[in-house]
Design a protein around this ligand. Structure first.
Ligand SMILES: [Zn+2]
Ligand SMILES: [Zn+2]
Length: 315
């Protein structure tokens, strides 16, 4: 539906119950699509939506990926073929958008034992990958893009991924921020990022902008919408900052209470228990590992080599 003048937002459900991804379509004489959902999203949702608002496919001239994840770049190949639009993404995401298997391999290597889980074999993960799509225009921080009759600034907001970007329309005060800032995370996850310091710098960068409407791609807790306006923007950014500070405290509490050193999975389950979530999942593993690495660097946490994997304890 049209959520702001000329801005259409549609939601596509993901496998986690109650979790969806929001895609934004900015319509003028030319239209710009921000993210493309999962591989099935174009046929299931976007093509019918374009028909509903009588938007011919060839009026969509630009697709911007906020980052490479499969729920944001999954429909790239099909939409690019369908619309003839050029595809844009940040420099650091290009290798993973053009070769989705490389993205999967990156996580399998970085998080041994924690990416392929719950019976998800590598073969199964491979079968769900997006089709590769060529990036036509590589983006960098600070660039200005003329899209759909507006001017957007590319704001590099890493942390969730290294090349996550937000698009900022200064004149309208609108920020399209993908998964860059996650408040308290989705329904069954902590806020998902891989680099705490980068995430906090991105947060500071956004705090310095005059944002009047903010469009994250999921309904991050405790907010339930993918559109925040007016005073909600400041509330949202404050929750992002508080959640990140709280994870450090909660990790330390889990480690202090433990009878011995813990695995990453055990620490993560301990932190998730504060939010009444059971066990661990990959999107919670990543931020806990990022915080553990940072706590280790500050001397608060010790990492030792266990039998199969690293073990963590309070210093
Ligand atoms: Zn993501
Ligand atoms: Zn996402």
């Amino acid at each position: 539906m049209e959520v702001l003048p000329g801005v259409h937002q549609v939601r596509y459900p993901l496998t986690e119950p109650g979790v969806w991804v929001a895609l934004d379509l900015i319509v003028d004489t030319e239209a710009t699509l921000i993210d493309t959902g999962l591989p099935a999203t174009p046929q299931d949702l976007l093509v019918p939506y374009f028909a509903k608002i009588a938007l011919p496919a060839n009026r969509i001239t630009t697709i911007v990926n906020t980052h490479f994840h499969g729920d944001h770049a999954g429909g790239n190949a099909e939409l690019r073929a369908l619309t003839g639009a050029r595809l844009m993404a940040h420099r650091l995401e290009v290798p993973f958008i053009e070769n989705p298997q490389a993205g999967m391999q990156h996580y399998l290597t970085e998080y041994p034992g924690y990416y392929a889980y719950e019976g998800r074999t590598e073969a199964e993960l491979l079968s769900r990958l997006p089709k590769p799509a060529k990036v036509d225009r590589v983006l960098d921080d600070g660039e200005e893009l003329k899209l759909s009759g507006r001017t957007f600034q590319v704001v590099h907001t890493p942390g969730h991924t290294a090349g996550s970007i937000s698009l900022f329309d200064r004149q309208r005060g609108e920020l399209y921020c993908g998964d860059a800032l996650q408040a308290e995370g989705t329904l069954n996850s902590l806020a998902y990022y891989h680099d705490v310091d980068a995430y906090l710098s991105s947060l500071a960068k956004v705090e310095a902008l005059e944002v009047r409407a903010m469009m994250p791609a999921h309904g991050y807790r405790p907010f339930t919408e993918a559109l925040l306006r007016g005073s909600q923007v400041k509330d949202y950014l404050r929750v992002c900052r508080e959640a990140t500070a709280r994870y450090d405290e909660q990790i330390m509490e889990v480690l202090h209470k433990a009878a011995g050193p813990l695995t990453l999975g055990q620490v993560t389950a301990g932190v998730r228990a504060f939010y009444n979530m059971e066990g661990w999942n990959f999107t919670s593993i990543a931020p806990v590992r990022a915080h553990l690495d940072r706590l280790k660097a500050s001397g608060a946490v010790v990492r030792s080599e266990g039998y199969n994997e690293a073990l963590w304890s309070a210093a």
